[in-house]
Design a protein around this ligand. Sequence first.
Ligand code: ZN
Length: 249
Amino acid sequence: MSVCSLVDIAPAIAELIGVPLPGADGVVRPELADLMHRCSRVVLIIVDSLGYSTYQRLKPSMPSVSVKGTLIRCEAVSDHTTPAIASILSGCYPATHRTFTTADVLTSSIKSVLERAEECGVKAAVVIEADGAAAMKTKIKLSEGVPDSRDIIAYDAAIKEHAIDLLKHEPTLMALHFRAIDRYAHEGRSFDDLAFAAESIDQHIAEICGHTLADSCIIVCGDHPFHGKLIEDDHDVALIIFRAGDVCG
Ligand SMILES: [Zn+2]
């Protein structure tokens, strides 16, 4: 049983950083609020294809995240990346936000928690794929994009570098997206390759953590369950929460 849905993440963040999120389908779950209560800023790390069962299998390769983080089983809202990420960031189901392609980001009338923060004068930052970042640029000042690459390990490393760079501005909310596990899944790679991708993402998270203030809440979540034969029956996604000061420092 899932105790929460991906649409509940944005409402929890909005409450923590004190910005309104009208029209969200998700609700503030006490389970999430309790885990975040000692924090005053958030780094939201979306790990593509980090389904619940996938995380269970890859956990040994993700020590930085798994040792101190609390794992919550979270209901997925879509099998596709763009609508799922829009749901994570807006707190709305795909039927509500209707963002199915990157181009829809520009026209959607539903605002993400990042935009709501920016409107309230709360500093927000985003690091995603270049086309998505270009679409966000008009809405979020601190946005950096990484061009899509055949070398997805290098791509994720570039995402991490930009994230560390933008953290110098001390944003109250930052969102970023790692893609290596998903790419390897689509390439039909071996489990060892998936574990390698997970390990590299875990190291990026540890490094990002080392550049955040201690009162940052690190939220790691999948966007949709795993596609592919290697991990079957993956229905929900993993949501892992910890306070940066409890892991790093
Ligand atoms: Zn995805």
